[in-house]
Design a protein around this ligand. Structure first.
Ligand code: ACO
Length: 373
């Protein structure tokens, strides 16, 4: 009999992985054995993506070659651009990426698993292009050039979005967020991507599955919902009152709590420091004060802590990124983790097909349609 706490597979070990540890005693959050604190302090997103895809940190020449490979894969085929143009202006950017991924899979299909690494690079490189091409076309009618000289994803995206290169420390802020978002063991979207891969489907289908699963506010969509929450208040006192009212109405506060972490999310401290720095620099300190007050209220009232999404929201906002693009940023980054998991699943595959406890009606006699009362 499945208990309430087991619903949603809470605490169920559903497979093995050598890619990351989430909250594991003696490890904390690690990618391939390296702590998230070290990676976010010393590495770049490209270095982390390589680590996830290959299992080891790259040598200097390997990292340079990898960055150049990614740079060379940023262009979009004309037929994909046409699809982006006919998508509605009002589409959610997550739907744009999901569709863009599918369309690229039609134009450049994966014909053999040997192409998986090339395709993972292609998606990592071209997701920012897809999003920005769609965005600018529908904002101003501009068919932008989606290739820039920026040698990393963070700088490339900010350049495409704002139409000019971004300052180095702003690129680094986004780079750190991408590192923190890159991988998280058997979270919902990764597990969904692994299920798709386990049927021997193609990499595009697995990534599309991941995007669809990430979109919801209980998962990646929480960063957008967090921004909407923080922005709704004029100051910290109003935030305290508003959150108290929402809790009294039994509403969930997005950006708080976690299925696995019970005391804190190690990614939150890292991104919170960036949130403070950028809010102060851009004269958006009230947003940081509001966020801190919400954090204090949630700790006091519910014993809950902010997850990565909460302070990532103000970081993205200070970078001038529209709120509806926050979850797509998660996609840019998590494509590295999803791909690594698909490679791992394929390396030792068995169809993922669990069983269900039946709670429907007992056996019944079929009644023909014209005899039903
Ligand atoms: N706000 C208010 N109450 C909460 C919150 C929250 N954010 N999170 C959990 N709770 C409460 C629940 O209401 C529930 O209370 P009850 O036992 O009185 O009914 C209890 O804590 C347990 O909550 P569950 O939702 O059952 O816990 P679960 O492990 O399933 O949830 C989850 C984890 C989905 C992340 C949850 O904390 C949540 O919904 N948070 C908000 C959404 C969010 O921030 N998602 C991002 C996840 S991290 C990421 O994707 C990077």
């Amino acid at each position: 009999m499945i208990t309430a706490s087991e619903a949603g597979l809470a605490g169920v070990v559903a497979g093995k992985t050598g890619i990351s540890t989430v909250g594991k005693k003696g490890f904390g959050l690690t990618y391939r054995g390296y702590s998230i604190e070290d990676l976010s302090e010393h590495a770049s997103f490209e270095e982390v993506a390589w680590l996830l895809l290959h299992g080891e940190l790259p040598m200097y020449e390997q990292l340079v070659a990898f960055s150049e490979e990614l740079q060379s894969r940023r262009s979009l085929p004309d037929r994909l651009k046409q699809v982006l143009e006919i998508l509605p202006r009002t589409a959610h950017p997550m739907d744009v990426l999901r569709t863009g991924c599918s369309m690229l899979g039609c134009i450049e299909p994966e014909e053999s698993p040997e192409q998986q690494y090339e395709i993972a690079m292609r998606l990592l490189a071209s997701f920012p292009s897809m999003l920005c091409y769609w965005h600018h076309y529908h904002q101003s009618g501009d068919r932008i050039d989606v290739e820039t000289d920026d040698d990393n994803l963070a700088g490339h995206f900010l350049h495409l979005l704002h139409g000019k290169p971004a300052a180095e420390h702003l690129c680094r802020a986004l780079d750190v967020a991408l590192i923190l978002y890159a991988e998280h063991e058997y979270n919902a979207s990764t597990f969904a991507a692994r299920i798709t891969a386990s049927t021997m489907s193609d990499l595009y289908s697995a990534i599309t599955t991941g995007i669809g699963t990430l979109r919801g506010p209980l998962h990646g969509g929480a960063n957008e919902a967090s921004m909407e929450l923080v922005e709704a208040f004029v100051n910290a006192d109003a935030a305290e009152q508003g959150v108290m009212n929402q809790l009294a109405a039994k509403k969930k506060i997005m950006g708080f709590g976690h299925r696995v972490y019970k005391k804190f999310d190690p990614r939150s401290d890292v991104i919170k420091r960036w949130s403070q720095t950028l809010c102060e620099e851009t004269a958006l300190t009230p947003l940081y004060e509001i966020s801190e007050r919400i954090e204090a209220v949630m700790r006091r009232e519910k014993g809950l802590f902010p997850n990565l999404d909460f302070y990532a929201a103000t970081v993205f906002h200070c970078l001038g990124i529209p709120t509806s693009m926050f979850t797509p940023l998660f996609v840019f980054s998590r494509t590295a983790g999803w791909s690594a998991h698909v490679f791992e699943q394929r390396g030792n595959n068995r169809l993922i097909r669990p069983a269900a406890e039946y709670n429907g009606p007992g056996p019944r006699v079929f009644v023909p349609i014209n005899e039903r009362a």
